[in-house]
Design a binder for this molecule. Structure first.
Ligand SMILES: Cc1cc2nc3c(=O)[nH]c(=O)nc-3n(C[C@H](O)[C@H](O)[C@H](O)COP(=O)(O)OP(=O)(O)OC[C@H]3O[C@@H](n4cnc5c(N)ncnc54)[C@H](O)[C@@H]3O)c2cc1C
Length: 500
């Protein structure tokens, strides 16, 4: 355990990996480009408001629990979690109505029945199957490093997993079960969490419905940024060394090739025996000499990127009564909206959007009598714009919110406004094409078809984060951290580790 490990990047994945390696006894130094640790789960305070910059849904509490257990820690000692009630509110554009969902079937079925009479039993069966698939995914392959299709389709998955729906499309799978446009949208929207479109994502991801409707939606008081803060608190106890504002400019190799050191932008060199990069795979490869990169520029140009976003951080005077903690507005033309994000990139005509109002649950994030709004509109990665265009688009979105989400006069009450979009994702986090999330989970970018978490060409270079396996999402990075850790300790099992 005396091999020196350097972790490039302090997103959730990098922080989580560093803790596992330090617990095992490796000397670990984590080097982060930005001033703050947490990656896209950053936070800032302005004008009395505290804004989480990226993620806002605490899902898959079981995965957080398993990760903390592994470190001998308790989630509740670090995070004050509140189960949201309702979990979220959905508005349908042009319909003037909204519906609340509670992640509690007994309370949710009457709502579904009002949207599609007779759907209750179908929904129960559908969610039973989602639960079964989720359990296979967790037990069978999420925690396993798969290098070939034969690793992935191991005996257990082959026997139990015939039901996994790996080869059908999510849109077809949902539409086979549900008839109305509204219910179909409700059962598909969770794919946006994965940066994906229902029209090209395997139906395997209907496991998201189990997460959504059976497990509940939580919020850590103080904000989502409490999660990386907790990881760092644990890491400090375990001896992880953190350095911030130190962008890495180059990965140096020795003959083999294997990793040798990193060079920071300020010229300083730091030796390493093992490097685990939490920066995007594309960016990390750009730090290597060209012959040592696993993927060509052509490969990256042909990747389907998960969406970027137009994000507005808004401080609002007075209360916004029509909204709850999580709010979704669904586009009337679902297919066109996904096409404008994934296939024919352009500013969305009639966008779907999301608003988080954490001040509904947590008064600490806004001055008294005010509301904290995080507005997110998914848009295509690689979208080009001027600052004036971005401002115009944000005003268009605000008018839409006023009209469709029953918030008249919202614009006049905004006392703080900051925009964050494609160019910011690119410059702040080194995300390819300004994607907010990484590589989309299309059929061709799922499981073994995502970039591997081990460099094929450079020995002792590994990856952790949303671009590799299992993929996008905060809890998923805790699994990704365990997968990178398993690589290093040579563990090839499919189960979540029992101990470090
Ligand atoms: C707007 C938004 C909303 C989201 N909503 C949710 C949600 O509600 N729930 C959920 O579970 N997930 C959500 N996600 C997804 C989830 O937040 C991410 O998948 C996850 O946090 C990504 O973690 P990561 O480990 O891949 O690292 P990242 O957060 O991508 O961090 C990578 C780090 O590497 C650093 N880095 C890059 N280049 C260098 C370099 N050269 N030198 C040093 N450091 C470098 C970056 O600065 C960054 O800190 C959301 C994401 C976004 C952006």
């Amino acid at each position: 355990m005396n091999q020196k490990i350097i972790v490039i990047g302090g997103g959730i994945g990098g922080l989580a990996f560093a803790n596992l390696a330090a617990k095992k006894g490796y000397p670990v130094t984590l080097l982060e480009k930005n001033e703050q640790l947490g990656g896209v789960a950053g936070q800032f305070s302005e004008a009395g408001f505290t804004f989480d910059m990226g993620p806002s849904w605490y899902l898959m509490p079981d995965v957080f629990q398993s990760y903390f257990d592994l470190l001998g820690e308790k989630v509740e000692d670090h995070l004050h979690l509140v189960r949201l009630d309702p979990s979220y509110r959905i508005f349908f554009q042009n319909q003037g109505r909204s519906f609340d969902f509670y992640s509690d079937l007994e309370r949710d079925i009457p709502t579904f029945e009002s949207l599609e009479p007779g759907v209750g039993p179908v929904l129960r069966d559908y969610l039973e199957k989602s639960k079964y698939q989720y359990e296979i995914a967790i037990r069978g392959f999420m925690y396993k490093n798969n290098d070939t299709i034969f690793d992935f389709l191991n005996k257990q998955v082959a026997i139990e997993g015939r039901e996994l729906e790996v080869f059908s499309k999510m849109s077809d799978y949902v539409n086979k079960h549900f008839k109305t446009d509204e219910v179909q949208k409700i059962m598909q929207y969770t794919l946006v969490f994965l940066g994906s479109s229902p029209y090209n994502t395997p139906a395997l991801y209907n496991i998201m419905s189990h997460i959504d409707f059976n497990m509940g939606v939580f919020y850590p008081k103080g904000g989502i940024h409490e999660i990386p803060k907790a990881l760092v608190r644990i890491g400090e106890k375990l001896g992880v060394k953190y350095r911030t504002s130190v962008p890495i400019a180059q990965i140096n190799t020795r003959r083999g090739p294997s990793v040798k050191s990193v060079r920071l932008e300020n010229g300083e060199k730091i030796e390493a025996d093992i490097i685990v990069s939490n920066a995007s795979v594309h960016h990390t490869e750009s730090l290597l000499p060209r012959p040592y990169r696993d993927h060509s520029q052509r490969y990256w140009n042909s990747r389907k990127l998960a969406p970027s976003a137009l994000i507005m951080y808004l401080g609002v005077e007075g209360k916004v009564d029509s909204l709850t903690h999580h709010n979704l507005l669904f586009s009337p033309d679902w297919k066109k909206n996904f096409a404008e994000i994934f296939d024919a990139p352009q500013w969305p005509t009639d966008p779907s959007l999301y608003i988080c109002v954490p001040s509904k649950t947590d008064p600490s994030v806004a001055p008294e009598g005010c509301e904290n709004l995080f507005v997110l509109v998914p848009i295509a990665a690689r979208t080009e714009y001027t600052e004036d265009e971005l401002e115009d688009q944000s005003n268009r979105i605000l008018r839409l919110i006023e009209k469709e989400m029953d918030c008249p006069g919202l614009r006049e009450r905004i006392i703080y406004k900051k925009l964050f979009s494609v160019k910011d994702f690119e410059s702040h986090y080194n995300k390819l094409g300004g994607t907010a999330l990484g590589l989309s989970h299309t059929m061709m970018q799922t499981a073994i078809l995502r970039p591997n978490n081990r460099s094929k060409k450079v020995e002792n270079l590994f990856y952790v984060g949303a671009d590799t396996n299992p993929g996008i999402g905060m809890p998923i990075q805790l699994i990704s951290a365990e997968l990178a850790f398993k690589r290093i300790i040579g563990d090839t099992t499919s189960a979540h580790l029992a101990s470090v």
